[in-house]
Every structure is written in structure tokens, then in C-alpha cells.
Design a protein around this ligand. Structure first.
Ligand SMILES: Cc1cc2nc3c(=O)[nH]c(=O)nc-3n(C[C@H](O)[C@H](O)[C@H](O)COP(=O)(O)OP(=O)(O)OC[C@H]3O[C@@H](n4cnc5c(N)ncnc54)[C@H](O)[C@@H]3O)c2cc1C
Length: 478
């Protein structure tokens, strides 16, 4: 067997060889070119170093890895699809942390349409889980732009959100049970599909949103829902965010459980997509500062067309919107969604951007954005706010593109002072500094600064009691 080189001698070569033997040589990567895709995230924002990437094929192998790590106090970094946006899945620079990738654990273990549940390995991609549900006439509703790559284990560990949270909740709400390898190496067999179980602490919630700091999730029981047979998108224009808020209130009441998404889009973002993206057509005849995208879904065919038309007609009459269009085909539905989904990516050709994934109470969105835009203009005159996001959940991607004539680097140097001011404003509105992307390393210091000491102490107590030697994803969250 080839013995892995440990270039900076920070982990003993014999120990590395023991780790390799637990998964077999083909599934232990120690050549730089093989490891690279596990050590860099997709934007090149976080780049780490690791002597070894392990690809276990079973829960028993994960358990053996963690047991050895616990005995030898070796740090582990669990990794799913490596699409996280806060650096949580990337090891640090010291070449002492071993990456444990769940890529090979990618089987659907079972599905029960009668119980509306499905058991999957942690390494199943979100798209594969969605497709498996659909092929059994069911819906698994989590939906993110990264769904082709991100994995169920990563979705659970980051408590992912996305575009259907309004109706179905976040990932946390879509999980019935978990299988987890604890920091001791012990396996917690919690793969239940019970809907009701009031027997003490609900342990699965400890691991959801923990970003790999409390254990490695190896499988999950997911909740399934009836499969929608029809979807309709409405795209509306408003003159102010207050008007869009009134429309949200109206449409929520009128459409009830048919409403699956309510997204907010600003004019600047639409212009970026029209200029650089796949869409070249104005969505509405006139131009508006704010747009709303709503999606309705139904498990019965032929219900929605007339219904949405009627709702938008009455919204227009009552002054909740200025104009609106309804998708008349699947292609048009996708085109309207593209205006929203390409928004973040289409900021790139416009130069540097400073981004914030935050939430505030839904009722506070107009004031938050107004005050945020004033603050941005005061700090960096000419900077272009591009706020958009999941209006119905109060989740704003408060992004800012650089002024047209400013040097990109000079703009990006303002990231910290500007973000600090934005986060202070978010907290003034009773909001959160991370709505759906998590903490990772990106917001680690900020978390300690902005959370109360009671909350930080509680979290540290949990971490300390489960992982006293801090081997699980050290340096993340705390
Ligand atoms: C284009 C794009 C769009 C996105 N859109 C959204 C969005 O709308 N909403 C949203 O919430 N996020 C979004 N994201 C962020 C990201 O896709 C999600 O956070 C996703 O849930 C991460 O899953 P992953 O498998 O890639 O996890 P990774 O990136 O590999 O890991 C994320 C975190 O989970 C931990 N982890 C991973 N797997 C396990 C495991 N099995 N056990 C324990 N810990 C584990 C890692 O250590 C890390 O801390 C987007 C990302 C991209 C690139």
C-alpha cells in the first residue's frame, strides 16, 4: 500500500495509513490533484488544506473513522456536495484536518408512499431525492439552485431554505428521523418515520443546522407530500415595497395553501438579468421599481389558470399591484423564474458585490430596505443595492453592487464596515444575521458578537458535552 505523504508532518504518516485502511485505498485521496475539488469551494472564496480526504461507503466505516479520530484527537471536516456559502465544509490551512466526504453514501434506502416518507443516505443529492419522490407520485419540496450538487446531509446540516419555505418550511421541518455518527464514534439510530413522538428532548434538532460540529449525519427519514399536478406563476409590478407588502397580505389570504412561493425582485436586478442573463424580454409592458413573483400549485389539474387570473384581477382593481402577467406555458413559467434565479449570478459582470443573507419580520421589510439603502448611499455613494429574495419568509438577500466607476478592490475593502452596519440594522429590526446559509467561518466572529451571551453559552455547553475534544469541524460556528 502506498503510504500517504504528510507534507508538513503535522499528522503522523502511520496514523494516516490507519485512516486509509478503514475505507480502503481507492477511497482515500492524498494526491493534491485528487483532493483539490474537496478543498476549494465553487467561488474560490474558501481554500483549505488537508492531508487526506476519506470517502466512506457505509455508516460502519464512518463510525470507525470517527472512533479513530476520537482516540487520536484528530479533527474531521464532514463534507456533502461542497455548495455551502459560508466555508463550513472546507478545512482550515493547517493541513491537520481530515475531510470526510459522504459522496459514496448515495442510496435511497426505502420509500413509503403510504407513510409519506423516504429514507435516504446522506450523500444522495437533493435532485435525486426530489426525483425519487416524483417517481413515486410524491413531492419532496426543498428546492435550491444548487440542488443538482448539494446533498441531503449537507441540506440538513445547514438547515437549507430555498424557494418553497413559505409553504413547506425549511429543511428542519422536512425531517422525521436521523442516523448520526456521534463524536465518540457511536451510532445514533434515529431513523423513525413517526409523526408524533413526545419522549423527551427531540434529539434530531441538535444535529440539524449544526454544520457538522456535533456529528456526521449518515442517513435521514424525509417527509413527503402529495405531488402537485399543476403550477402557475404570476409576475407583478409595484411602485413601492409597501404596495408589494399589501399584495402579499392580500394574496396569502386569497390563495391559502395553493401559494408555494412569494419572491421579491428589484428593478436593478431585473436590468442585470436582461443585460447579462438568459432573458432579454421585459416581463411587463411598463417598468416598475419592484416586482413580485408568486407561484401557486395544486394537486388537481385545471384549477389554477382561472383562479390566479381572478386573484390578480382583483389585486389590480384594489390597487395592490400596477400590472401583472401569468405564465401560459411551462417555458414561460421557467422564463419568469429565471428573472429571479439568475439575479445573484448576473451581479458578477457588474463588478464587485457585497452580499448579505439576512431575515427580518415580513412586516418590516419595506422599512429595512429603505433604511439599508440610505445607509449604503451614505457609506459608499453610488453603490447599487440589489435586494431580492424570499419575501414571504422575510428572507432578503441584501446584495450591493459596486458603483459603476469605482475600483472593484477598493469597493470590496469596504465589505466589513458596510456589513457590520447592515447587520446592526438587521438586529434593530429584530432580524437574523443568517437566514438560510448558516455561520461556517464567514460569520463565526459575528455570531459571538451579535448573539446574547446566554445563547452562546448554551450552544458552547452542548458542543462541549457532545464533542469535548472538539474533533468535529473545529473552527466552524464557534
Ligand atoms: C448556486 C447556489 C444557490 C444556493 N441557494 C441556496 C438557497 O436558496 N437556500 C439555501 O439555504 N442555501 C443555498 N445555497 C447554499 C448551499 O447549497 C446549501 O447550504 C446546501 O444545503 C449545502 O449542502 P451541501 O451538501 O453542498 O453541503 P456542504 O457545502 O458540503 O456542507 C455544508 C455544511 O454542512 C456540513 N455537512 C455536510 N454534510 C454533512 C453530513 N453528512 N453530516 C454532518 N455535516 C455535514 C459541512 O461540514 C458544512 O458545515 C446555494 C448555493 C449555491 C452554490
Amino acid at each position: 500500500m502506498t503510504k500517504p505523504e504528510n507534507q508538513n508532518q503535522s499528522l503522523d504518516g502511520e496514523l494516516l495509513a490507519q485512516f486509509v485502511s478503514l475505507v480502503g485505498e481507492p477511497y482515500a485521496l492524498f494526491q493534491e490533484e485528487d483532493k483539490r475539488k474537496f478543498l476549494v469551494e465553487w467561488r474560490d472564496k474558501y481554500v483549505g488544506s488537508s492531508p487526506l480526504v476519506l470517502l466512506p461507503g457505509s455508516v460502519e466505516e464512518v463510525s470507525a473513522i470517527v472512533k479513530l479520530a476520537a482516540e487520536t484527537k484528530t479533527a474531521l471536516v464532514p463534507q456533502g456536495g461542497n455548495t455551502g456559502l459560508v466555508g463550513g465544509q472546507i478545512p482550515d490551512h493547517q493541513n491537520r484536518q481530515i475531510v470526510v466526504s459522504l459522496n459514496r453514501m448515495n442510496k435511497v434506502r426505502s420509500i413509503s408512499p403510504l407513510s409519506n416518507s423516504m429514507v435516504v443516505d446522506a450523500g444522495v443529492t437533493l435532485l435525486e431525492a426530489q426525483q425519487e419522490a416524483l417517481s413515486n407520485d410524491r413531492l419532496f419540496p426543498l428546492s435550491l439552485a444548487s440542488e443538482g450538487s448539494c446533498q441531503i446531509g449537507g441540506n440538513i446540516s445547514s438547515n437549507a431554505g430555498g424557494i418553497q419555505v413559505l409553504k413547506y418550511g425549511m429543511m428542519r421541518d422536512l425531517v422525521l428521523g436521523l442516523e448520526v455518527v456521534l463524536p465518540s464514534g457511536e451510532i445514533w439510530h434515529g431513523l423513525t418515520d413517526l409523526r408524533k413522538d413526545n419522549t423527551g428532548y427531540d434529539l434530531k434538532h441538535l444535529f440539524m443546522g449544526a454544520e457538522g460540529t456535533l456529528g456526521i449525519i449518515t442517513a435521514a427519514t424525509l417527509k413527503l407530500f402529495p405531488k402537485p399536478l399543476e403550477r402557475q406563476v404570476g409576475f407583478v409590478g409595484c411602485t413601492s415595497l409597501e404596495q408589494l407588502s399589501e399584495f402579499f397580505n392580500f394574496v396569502s389570504g386569497e390563495t391559502g395553501s395553493f401559494l408555494s412561493a412569494f419572491e421579491m425582485i428589484c428593478r436593478t436586478g431585473v436590468e442585470f438579468v436582461l443585460k447579462h442573463g438568459s432573458q432579454s424580454q421585459e416581463p411587463l409592458d411598463a417598468v416598475f421599481p419592484w416586482y413580485g413573483l408568486i407561484e401557486l400549485e395544486s394537486t388537481k389539474e385545471g384549477l389554477l389558470g382561472g383562479f390566479l387570473e381572478d386573484v390578480l384581477g382583483r389585486a389590480l382593481e384594489r390597487g395592490f399591484i400596477e400590472d401583472g402577467v401569468i405564465s401560459s406555458s411551462e417555458a414561460q413559467r421557467k422564463n419568469l423564474w429565471a428573472l429571479r434565479e439568475e439575479m445573484s449570478e448576473m451581479q458578477k459582470p457588474e463588478g464587485g458585490s457585497i452580499k448579505h443573507d439576512v431575515s427580518v419580520p415580513v412586516a418590516a421589510i419595506p422599512q429595512f430596505i429603505k433604511q439599508g439603502n440610505e445607509l449604503v448611499e451614505r457609506m459608499i455613494p453610488g453603490a447599487r443595492p440589489v435586494p431580492f429574495g424570499h419575501f414571504g419568509d422575510g428572507n432578503i438577500h441584501y446584495n450591493i453592487s459596486q458603483p459603476v466607476d469605482m475600483d472593484k478592490q477598493a469597493f470590496l475593502e469596504q465589505w466589513e464596515p458596510l456589513s457590520n452596519a447592515v447587520y446592526d440594522l438587521v438586529l434593530e429590526f429584530g432580524g437574523s444575521i443568517s437566514a438560510e446559509h448558516g455561520i461556517g467561518v464567514m460569520k463565526r466572529d459575528l455570531l459571538a458578537e451579535k448573539k446574547s451571551s446566554v445563547e452562546m453559552n448554551l450552544m458552547r455547553t452542548i458542543k462541549q458535552s457532545l464533542d469535548p475534544d472538539n474533533i468535529m469541524n473545529p473552527g466552524k460556528v464557534f
